[in-house]
Structure formats: structure tokens, C-alpha cells
Write a protein that binds this ligand. Sequence first.
Ligand SMILES: [Zn+2]
Length: 327
Amino acid sequence: MKDPKTWMKVLDRVFDFKDKVNTSLGRETRREWGRRMIKENWEYLNNLNVLGLKEILNEIHDNSNSGLYRDFMFAFEGRQMECRPLTFEELAHDKLSTLAATNLPSTGFNTVMSGKTDLNLFRSMSPIIETTYYLNSLRPFNWEDMLNLAFSDLERRLVFALDKFDEVEEVPEPTAEFFQKLKETRMTSEQTKELEQKIGLVLMHIGGEILGMGFEDSFEDYWPTMSLFNQFLAGCSAVQYDREEIMDEDIIRAYRTFFKLIKTDVTQYKADPELVRDMDEDNPDYGDVMVCKSCGSYYKLEPGESVDDFESCHCGGELKQVHDERS
Ligand SMILES: [Zn+2]
């Protein structure tokens, strides 16, 4: 396990040296530059007339001052597990992930260029939820934690209820149709892109300011993950309103959800006992499974069987084989 304090000290020394050189040359130090970036982007956002944006700016301000944002960043880096990872076979029990994996396009040049919602955006949900879980448990994940993280209904709540994730009683079952719509959502308006980017920039530079170091050298996964997570939620919000275009209000709703999530004790969301009934920490379930693209059901393949031996799912949907590379 790495000790953040030690390597941060080392990095800080390097940056202190660079700053000294810059100051002697009359250049802006990284800290001055970071502060200027916060100020410029903050002023830009403060002057925008977007409903709900003031509330988001207040959240950013309060969470920075209270230390929550700092703790969250450290939790992102600090989370770890002390049990085995789940196998593909086990993960296939979760319909939401199965349907996402079989219906969203995987990330490639084309999906990035088109700005559409892809599988990479979906996959940003796990690290953000894990971080929030870790922030509330502050110990390495054990087997029970791993099951809670993979098989509670929290992801479904976020996808279908967004900022009301903690209030809704019934969460809808995920469907292929939902993901078919989700993959068409995209951000094309320049104004909305600016809004999304500027909020991200403010958060990134505040992070740099809190950590007192060049943000580009550390915590490098944190900012993209947070940004992808909010883009993903914005896509989900657009689907709720039956739109393909992601609008300002979707960005606001996404960040409102994010800030609510990081203040929630998500350890209260427990694994669905039905889904994890046969799972055993000491007895991993390896093997090939088939999943249905339409309803998300999964079937275990016996040795020697392949997806070609089966015509279709009981629902009539197309079956897809998933391999477990670890087996
Ligand atoms: Zn099916």
C-alpha cells in the first residue's frame, strides 16, 4: 500500500523547486496559475443564467471548505480490497451491467468523436460508488462489501432516479430499450459543453489547490472518472425527458446527483440476497456464460457447450457468450 503522505511530500519538493525557477524567471507558479483558473472559470459560471447552477456553485464552495471534497479525492486513491474479485459468471447476475455491456457501444475513436454515451461512461459509475462506500467504511473492502457494491440497487437508482436516488421506493427494471435510447444521447450544444467543462475545470483546479501540488502528476484518474460519471448521468437525465440532446438542465441534474451521492452513506445499500445466494468467497464460480441482449438474463454454459448450441433466450432475444479470461 502506498503512503500518500510520503509521495506527496516528494512531489511537493519537486514542484517547490520548479516554482522557485519560475518565480525567478518572472513566470506564474503552478499555484498562481491554478488560482487564476479557478477565478476565471468561477466568474464565467457565476455570470451564466442557468437554472440550478447557483446551487451547484454553493455545493462546490461548501464541500471544498468542509474538507469533504478533499476526503473524497483521497478515498478515490485509497480504496482497495482484501478479498478476491468477482468472476464474470458472478457479475453476469447483474442485469444492469449485462444490458449495458450488450447494448452500449464500446469506447473507440468513433464514439468519442460523436460524443455519444458509451460503455466507458457507464463504467465510471463503479469507481465513484466504491469511493463513496470507502469514504463511509474506511477499511479495505471485504467479501460482503464487494457483494454490496456489485449487487445492491444503487446503480439502478442513480440511472433511473438521478438526484432522487435516495427517495424513490420502487426502481424500474433495466431494459434493452433504455440503453438503446441512452446510446443515442449526446452533447452537441457548445454552450452546454462549456458549462460541463467549466464546472469540471473549477473542480479540478480546486482539487489542485487543496492538494497543493500539480494536479497533472497525481490523482490523474480521478478527474476524468468524475467527469465521465457526470456525463453519464447527464445522458440518463436526457433519456428520462425523452431527448437525445443533452441540455444544461441535464448537466445540473448530474452534478446535483454527484454531490448528493458523495454525502450519502451508501453502505446502507445492501446486495440483493436473491442474486448473491449461491456466491461463495472460497469457491469462485468461473466459466463461460451467455447473456441475453434483450432481457439481460444469463445462462451458465456446461463444459463443451457454446452459444451456437442455443437458438435464443426464452424471451426470443439474441444470446451472447462472455468469457472469463481468468479461468
Ligand atoms: Zn432474454
